[in-house]
Ligand binder design. Structure first.
Ligand SMILES: [Zn+2]
Length: 498
């Protein structure tokens, strides 16, 4: 590289950096304060000034037409990893105002993270990407296929080494998926030992907890104990009360979380705004006994009824995709519990035989009252839990759904508070610096939107329908989305632990 005699990145002498002025907007700065009239000047990838600003000669001026300008939204629980590596243009995220996705969730992270970050950097990213290190990922590397048991001391030591090395790549901390293989087989002490490694590195713990239905209260207690014993901030992923007998207990959940915060545990949460989740059939069987008729009957009675469990993919019988368990039961002439057992067992047999086993379901298990209570808790931020090319509409509609349905239609939270939950609180809950607030010096991730029309359009039948009301999105000062389309700019960067 030639020595130029000046710092790299600064403009040549005699020129001024090109700036952009976004004016005629109502600013929601991400802190939760009310909207105010203000203009924002962007220089390079940063916000230079905020206030009553007038255009400078030669400056690019954007007229916001009186719409609202907010910090770009931060999705603290995203499954965008795979699609980004394949070169997805980020439409699902950008079109709902998301400028930063946090991946490596539920215990599964790209390995090694350094290579993942390198490949994204080489390819270019439509939005910013941060990652956690998956517990299941390091557990899998330490134990191989022999994972259906507690780990030995030597295996836990190996996991700690792997985690420490991955954290050096700038990961935000440790993620776990204790309802999934292989995390479900871990002892709590193993997770605490690993969380201590994350804690020492200044990282955090985020978890798809061990149960969101049958043993939810034990699972909540477990994450609180992990936070207490490992002395680090802990976040509950996609918080829900996913069982009929738990419905209406949103207040009890918030009380438990408030009590542990008062006792010194920094516990927070994220949530997506849908009654239905997406996962695999096997999570309906926490004991992983696929011949247990009682478990099948319990799942259909308490977790989700046969007509609200839809197969979105199914390896052993691909034409079942799009059908409910009730419809398949009718087709096969068997009762729903027998049908469910056959479906989960055939998928498991296919997996064991190395045949296509892919089984994903969308199932309705949550109650709107609880979703509203969880959204309103002051320490809950908004997430999608979605993919950029997935079958659950959350991948395209979570943030706009909150703004349209939970803010404008139902008044579950105020608009400035909802924006705080999508921006500064999200950044704080996962440990991201200099994003999530509109302030001089912060990165210029911005979203211009219309609060009167913003709404999600994605549904299970049309999961990739683009939202209404998101006018423009900038990522690090580059326009990434406008007029309903991505611009093709690759303005994103890897976001590392602060
Ligand atoms: Zn999860």
């Amino acid at each position: 590289m030639a020595v130029s005699g000046r710092s790299p990145g600064l403009p040549a002498q005699g020129t001024t950096p090109s700036t952009t002025l976004i004016r005629n907007v109502l600013l929601l700065d991400g802190t939760g304060t009310a909207a105010r009239a203000a203009a924002v000047r962007v220089a390079g990838d940063r916000i230079a000034e905020v206030g009553a600003l007038t255009p400078r000669p030669g400056e690019t001026v954007i007229d916001g037409n009186g719409l609202m300008l907010a910090p770009g939204f931060i999705d603290t629980h995203s499954h965008a990893d795979r699609a980004l590596v394949r070169g997805n243009d980020g439409l699902g995220a950008l079109s709902q105002g998301i400028t930063t996705v946090v991946v490596g969730e539920d215990g599964g992270s790209p390995y090694p993270l350094a290579a993942f970050f390198d490949s994204l950097t080489r390819r270019g990213m439509p939005m910013n990407v941060a990652a956690y290190v998956g517990h299941g990922t390091v557990r899998g590397r330490a134990m191989g296929n022999d994972y259906k048991r507690h780990a030995t001391e030597a295996e836990v030591s190996r996991m700690k080494e792997l985690l420490a090395a991955e954290l050096k790549s700038g990961a935000l901390g440790l993620s776990s998926g204790l309802e999934y293989d292989p995390g479900i087989y871990s002892a709590r002490s193993e997770v605490v030992e690993l969380a201590k490694v994350a804690s020492t590195a200044g990282g955090r713990y985020i978890s798809h907890i061990r149960s969101e239905d049958r043993t939810e209260w034990d699972a909540i207690d477990e994450i609180i104990q992990i936070g207490r014993q490992a002395r680090l901030p802990v976040q509950i992923s996609h918080t829900k009360l996913a069982m009929k007998s738990l419905w209406g207990q949103g207040d009890s959940l918030v009380n438990v979380l408030n009590r542990s915060r008062a006792a010194g545990v920094n516990i927070t949460a994220d949530v997506y705004p849908y009654r239905f989740w997406q996962s695999g059939l096997s999570v309906l069987f926490p004991e992983r006994n696929f011949t247990d008729r009682k478990a099948a009957e319990f799942a259909l009675d308490q977790v989700a009824p046969p007509d609200e469990i839809t197969l979105t993919s199914y390896g052993p019988h691909p034409d079942y995709a799009g059908k409910t368990v009730a419809q398949i039961a009718k087709e096969r002439g068997t009762d729903p519990a027998t049908t469910l057992l056959a479906l989960v067992k055939d998928a498991d047999d296919a997996r064991k035989a190395g045949r296509p086993s892919g089984e994903t379901i969308i199932a309705a298990s949550m109650d709107e009252r609880d979703i509203e209570k969880i959204i309103a808790w002051p320490f809950t931020n908004i997430c999608t839990d979605g993919e950029l090319d997935g079958r659950h509409p959350r991948g395209f509609g979570s943030f706009t759904r909150v703004l349209g349905r939970y803010v404008r239609e139902r008044h579950a939270v105020s608009l400035p508070e909802a924006i705080r939950k999508m921006t500064s609180l999200a950044a704080d809950n996962v440990g991201i610096a200099n994003r999530g607030r509109v302030a001089a010096g912060a990165f210029a991730d911005l979203v211009l939107f219309d609060p009167a029309t913003v709404i999600d359009n994605a549904t299970p039948a049309d999961p990739r329908a683009v939202s209404t009301g998101i006018a423009k999105v900038w990522v690090n000062g580059k326009l990434a989305y406008g007029d309903g389309k991505t611009t093709g700019a690759r303005g994103g960067t890897v976001v590392r632990r602060k």
